[in-house]
Design a binder for this molecule. Structure first.
Ligand code: ATP
Ligand code: MG
Length: 383
């Protein structure tokens, strides 16, 4: 225990106090302690407690909304001041026979046992105002030295849960830390175990890793691990600054949509990656506009980001983006009804006319004004 002051947001402090006043220990733990110590804004504040799950539920039942979905594993979610808080009973984990989840969890009364099951020293610290910082494995020193190190024997820990292999890479890339040599050696040695991990979970980790600030360094150093996770050897084209997920995957894999398919990523993301990697670099403004129409605004923005990262010129794309020139039929100042009034029947004929009008507008031969479009439509239809 150390004399230390860490600012806990009021909604989390209130929950700790409530547990304390019912006679239970409670601390903030894990990522929020790590992030606060290095001046990063924590994603969420997790609480661990000596209260058993049903006791936690009783403590909060009266005055808080309580969600019990994780209760079997010890987690009760309490909505405090509109914010969901995960409150988890101190626990240890039983044997890992499948390299991904414990056969059982056991609730314990000693926070030290709970901290020992956690993956990395920097993630295994807890804090409360009454206990101060609890740091049993040198997490603070590793934070200062910017090191990711397993709690305990790395090979054993990765053997228990192979997802930790990717988590090590992810935290190193996100925090711009080194992976400690023994942990790094185990990461390389054990990465074959990733085949036991559900692809959906691999996708979540990989996505965070590839778009992290230090992805380039970590992906180069651990390309064997990334290949084991993704099923494709990574290429390293990213400088790694806040890329969108589609761009991050495109920068790291020559066939990103294959990787994403294998990892059962969302369909829209797979489609985006495929569109980015199959787009043909436009040579003229009309072609850039046509591409913008085909890709849609979001993927066009992604394409600019992708080309910028690759060092491909984006001048034409940016001009198309800023031009305000229509690139889709729906943006033309004319409707199907206008054309029907000219005697053009809905169907292929009308489609042909609309496409010809759009081409003329994109090429700058025709203004996007109803009168001009109607005149041109008559001409095209008559031809
Ligand atoms: P962030 O939420 O910013 O990604 P985090 O550290 O909060 O980082 P979570 O995945 O939310 O990470 O997990 C919360 C805590 O639970 C971790 O800090 C760690 O102590 C523990 N933990 C999570 N996953 C594992 C795991 N696979 N093995 C061991 N401990 C884990
Ligand atoms: Mg978290």
């Amino acid at each position: 225990m150390q004399n230390f002051n860490l600012t806990i947001p009021p909604y989390a402090a209130a929950a700790i106090e409530k547990l304390n006043s019912s006679g239970f220990e409670a601390c903030v733990v894990g990522g929020c302690v790590r992030d606060t110590l290095i001046g990063r804004k924590p994603g969420d504040w997790d609480i661990c407690t000596s209260a058993l799950p049903w006791q936690t539920r009783e403590v909060f039942r009266q005055d808080f909304h309580v969600i019990e979905t994780g209760i079997k594993h010890g987690t009760v979610t309490v909505v405090s001041d509109g914010q969901p808080l995960e409150i988890t009973t101190y626990r240890t984990e039983g044997n890992y026979t499948d390299h991904r989840r414990p056969d059982s969890v056991t609730f314990v009364s000693d926070i030290r046992e709970d901290l020992s099951r956690r993956d990395f020293t920097v993630n295994a610290m807890a804090y409360s105002q009454t206990t101060g910082l609890i740091d049993l494995f040198g997490g603070q020193t590793d934070l200062q030295n910017r090191i990711i190190r397993c709690v305990g024997d790395p090979e054993k820990r990765f053997g228990e849960d192979a997802l930790r292999i990717l988590r090590a890479l992810r935290f190193a890339a996100v925090l711009d830390f080194e992976i400690e040599p023994k942990t790094a050696a185990a990461v390389h040695k054990m990465c074959g175990l990733l085949e036991n991990i559900a692809v959906e979970r691999i996708f979540i980790e990989l996505k965070k890793l590839l778009s992290a600030p230090a992805s380039r360094r970590i992906v180069s150093e651990f390309s064997d691990v990334v290949a084991a996770a993704a099923g494709q050897h990574p290429q390293i084209q990213a400088t790694g600054s806040n890329h969108s997920t589609a761009v991050a995957f495109c920068l790291h894999f020559s066939n990103a949509s294959d990787v994403l398919n294998r990892l059962k990523a969302p369909k829209a993301l797979i489609a985006s990656a495929a569109a980015l990697q199959s787009a043909k670099e436009p040579e003229t403004l009309p072609k850039a506009l046509a591409l913008m129409g085909k890709l849609g605004e979001d993927d066009f923005r992604n394409l600019i980001e992708y080309y910028d990262a690759l060092g491909v010129s984006t001048e034409l794309l940016r001009r198309a983006q800023a031009s305000g020139i229509p690139c889709r039929i729906s943006q033309l100042d004319i409707t199907g009804k206008d054309l029907a009034d000219l005697g053009i029947s809905p169907g292929p004929a009308m489609g042909r006319v609309l496409n010809a009008l759009l081409d003329a507008v994109m090429e700058g031969r025709l203004e996007n004004k109803k009168s001009a479009l109607l005149g041109a439509a008559e001409h095209i239809f008559g031809s």
